[in-house]
Design a protein around this ligand. Structure first.
Ligand code: G1P
Length: 297
C-alpha cells in the first residue's frame, strides 16, 4: 500500500528581488492577488489535496508569514462584537490547527534543492509534496489534488509539467521524455535551465511535486548544479531508475508565473474576473482601457 501524502514543504526563503521595493519589508508570498496573499492560494490547494502538515522553509525577514497564520484574538473579538460573521468566516481560512505548521530557516541561499533538504527531519520516511507559491494554478480540481490522484496509480515521484515555448525552456527544469502517455509522462532525465537549443523537450516542470524520501537522500550529497545552486531537479533526476520512477503530470488548469510582474498582473486580473462582485466593473474598465490604447496607437 502506498503511504498517503500528508506533508507539504513550501519553500519561501527567496528574497523576491523582482518585486523590490515592495519586498523590502513584505515577504513576496504575502503579496496579494485581489485580497488573498499568494501563500493562501498555496495553502488552500494543499488542504484540498489532503495535506495535514505544512512546513515552511523561510529566511530572515519572513516574520509576516508567521503572523499571517497565527490567530488574531483582538481582531477576532472586535469582529465578533460588531456581528461581522462574514469577515470572521474569511479569517478562519488563515487559521492553522496547533502543531500543523512548522517553520524552518534556510540559513544560506543555496538553492531550491537545499531549501527542501532543510526540511528533511520533519519529513522522515514518507512521500511528501512541494509547492512553490510563485506558481499559482487556477483549476477546477486543484493541481496538487490531481497529482495525488495520479500518484495513487503510479507511485514514485511526480512533477507537474506543462509545455512552454522553445525560447522559454532555459527558465525551467525540463523533462527528457521516455514515454508520453497523455496526462502522465514517464521520464528518463531532467535538466535544470538548459541553455537554448540543449533542452531535451519543451515540457517544463511547474512548481508542484510529489516526492519520495530518496530525493532527500540524493540531496544529502549537496551537489551543485545550474547557477552554482543545489537544484531539486538534479536530485529528482538522480533517483530515476535507481530508487524509483519519475513521472511528469500534465495538469488541467491555468498556471500563472507570479514570480514575474507580468504573470502576477495576469493572475490578478484573472482572479478578479472570477469574482462575481468585481467582474462587471472590471470588464467595463478593461474594455474601455483597451479601446483607448488601440485608439492611441
Ligand atoms: C524552479 C525550479 C524549476 C521549475 C520552476 C517552476 O525554478 O528550479 O525547475 O521549472 O521553479 O516555476 P525558479 O523559477 O525558482 O528559478
Amino acid at each position: 500500500m502506498k503511504k498517503k501524502v500528508t506533508k507539504a514543504i513550501f519553500p519561501v526563503a527567496g528574497l523576491g528581488t523582482r518585486f523590490l521595493p515592495a519586498t523590502k519589508s513584505i515577504p513576496k508570498e504575502i503579496m496579494t492577488l485581489v485580497d488573498r496573499p499568494l501563500i493562501q492560494y498555496a495553502i488552500d490547494e494543499a488542504r484540498a489535496a489532503g495535506i495535514k502538515e505544512f512546513i515552511f522553509v523561510t529566511s530572515r525577514g519572513k516574520g509576516a508569514l508567521e503572523d499571517y497564520f497565527d490567530h488574531a484574538p483582538i481582531l477576532e473579538s472586535s469582529l465578533r462584537k460588531a456581528g461581522k460573521t462574514d469577515l470572521l468566516e474569511i479569517l478562519k481560512m488563515t487559521n492553522m490547527e496547533s502543531g500543523a505548521i512548522a517553520y524552518i530557516r534556510q540559513h544560506r541561499a543555496l538553492g531550491l534543492g537545499h531549501a527542501v533538504w532543510c526540511a528533511r527531519r520533519l519529513i522522515g520516511d514518507e512521500p511528501f509534496a512541494v509547492i512553490l507559491p510563485d506558481d499559482v494554478i487556477a483549476a477546477e480540481t486543484p493541481c496538487l489534488q490531481q497529482m495525488v490522484e495520479a500518484y495513487a496509480e503510479t507511485g514514485g515521484n511526480i512533477v507537474a509539467a506543462m509545455e512552454v515555448p522553445a525560447e522559454k525552456t532555459s527558465s525551467y527544469g525540463i523533462l527528457d521524455i521516455k514515454e508520453d502517455m497523455g496526462s502522465i509522462i514517464s521520464v528518463k532525465g531532467m535538466v535544470e535551465k538548459p541553455a537554448m537549443g540543449d533542452a531535451p523537450s519543451n515540457l517544463a516542470v511547474i512548481g508542484r511535486y510529489i516526492l519520495t524520501p530518496d530525493v532527500l537522500e540524493s540531496l544529502n550529497r549537496m551537489k551543485t548544479g545550474a547557477a552554482g545552486e543545489i537544484q531539486l531537479t538534479d536530485a529528482i533526476a538522480e533517483v530515476i531508475g535507481t530508487a524509483g520512477n519519475v513521472y511528469g503530470y500534465r495538469f488541467r488548469g491555468q498556471r500563472f508565473d507570479c514570480g514575474s510582474k507580468a504573470g502576477f498582473l495576469q493572475a490578478t486580473v484573472a482572479f478578479a474576473l472570477a469574482r462575481p462582485e468585481l467582474r462587471d466593473e472590471l470588464m467595463d474598465f478593461l474594455g474601455d482601457i483597451t479601446a483607448q490604447q488601440k485608439a492611441a496607437q
